[in-house]
Ligand binder design. Structure first.
Ligand SMILES: *Cc1c(COP(=O)(O)O)cnc(C)c1O
Length: 377
């Protein structure tokens, strides 16, 4: 997830220009004084480039998930089904609304096992929340069919998959709502930041008002006398973040191409006896992590040591597995949810993730893989 690797003078200059132009850092009001509208322009570019109908810039990916769930009318006591390989943010957003997180196991794609998800549906279930983990899309057709059958809504967590496609559509436009993150570890970054995407006018309208204290931004009134019908919260993005976001977004295609080149260098040279993460049908991943399986612990540890020694690291499998596998979240989940996903934990522990770094060349990856290939039997 390398957006920070391509930060250069362009990001610096656009932020400096805000200050040269009078330093309006807020997205709303100050109409007479402002010459920059970076937040609104970042949203428009996100719509243009990724073909969304509505994009709302917010303060983080976690905020985007919470706003999206709230827009889908998730209330206290409702159940939301998400998955065992994940990030704690989804569970936090569910809990923050007083709702109940229910955890489905993962399949060989390391995304939601749709059959397991179906077995968890009850009359309290409101939303299914699949996560496109590490750049690869979930099995959305099966998930959308399941949701239609049970009259449920779907929120896609796209935080690790900006630019990924499913059946030719960018993720974030497949389900009812998409949630994106631009934190400092993500494909493109604004330091902290997020986006809520949807096709539905009602969801966009609610999200805009909710993320901005209920402001309707009624054009007939100055902001200080703006109209309101709901109370909300403050999950706004600043002009500085959005300015950086515009520049980063203009680099997205380049990042994706560079990712793919490096990823393919691994795919083509890694010995065929290593089992790869299964790529779901009709999925165009963002190729920012290469994941493969090594079941024998001793051999796996040796390869992990090699990756650390060569300064590639292993991202969250296993580097940060405690933050990415629900089995470790006994501070947030019930014992029942933890126990039922133990098999996902065991599965994830057989995996090794090679992060794709833009600063490492395809040849660096080739050299690395030649060393890994020595660990075949
Ligand atoms: C990063 C991430 C989030 C949260 O995004 P923040 O912007 O850090 O709040 C949510 N879900 C997944 C899968 C993530 O990787």
């Amino acid at each position: 997830m390398p957006g920070f690797e391509v930060i250069d003078s362009q990001e610096k200059e656009i932020v400096n220009k805000i200050f040269d132009d009078g330093g309006i850092l807020f997205a709303h009001g100050f109409d007479a004084a402002r010459s920059n509208f970076h937040v609104r322009e970042f949203e428009e570019s996100f719509n243009d480039i990724l073909k969304f109908n509505h994009s709302l810039a917010v303060s983080s990916g976690t905020a985007a998930i919470k706003i999206g769930l709230k827009a889908l009318d998730v209330k206290a006591g409702d159940e939301v089904i998400t998955q065992a390989f994940n990030f704690i943010a989804t569970v936090e957003a569910i809990l923050d609304l007083g709702a109940i997180p229910v955890i489905a196991n993962i399949d060989n794609s390391l995304n939601m096992d749709v059959e397991d998800c179906e077995s968890l549906i009850t009359n309290k279930t409101k939303v299914i929340l699949p996560v496109h983990m590490l750049g690869m899309t979930a099995n959305m057709e099966a998930i959308m069919n399941l949701a239609a059958k049970h009259d449920l809504k779907v929120l896609e967590d796209c935080c690790e998959a900006t630019g990924a496609k499913y059946q030719g559509k960018y993720v974030g436009s497949v389900a009812d709502v998409g949630a994106f993150s631009f934190d400092f570890g993500k494909v493109i970054t604004t330091g902290e930041g997020g986006m809520v995407t949807t096709d539905k006018v009602g969801i966009d309208k609610f999200s805009r008002e909710y993320h901005d204290h209920g402001h309707e931004n009624n054009p007939d009134f100055p902001r200080g006398r703006d109209t309101k019908t709901i109370f909300g919260f403050n999950y706004r993005m600043t002009e500085m973040q959005a300015a950086v976001g515009k520049v980063q977004l203009s680099k997205l295609q380049m990042i994706l191409e560079m990712n793919k080149e490096r990823y393919m260098s691994i795919e083509e040279s890694l010995d065929k006896s290593f089992t790869r993460r299964q790529i779901n049908q009709n999925s165009e991943p963002i190729f920012d992590t290469f994941i493969f399986q090594v079941k024998e612990k001793e051999r796996r540890d040796e390869i992990i040591n090699l990756l650390n020694k060569e300064k590639f690291g292993t991202k969250n499998l296993p580097d940060a597995i405690e933050w990415h596998c629900s089995f470790y979240w006994d501070h947030a989940l019930s014992e029942k949810q933890i126990q039922r996903t133990e098999k996902s934990k065991d599965h994830l522990h057989t995996m090794i993730a090679i992060p794709i770094w833009l600063k490492r060349t395809p040849e660096d990856y080739l050299e690395l893989v030649n060393k890994i290939n020595k660990y075949i039997y």
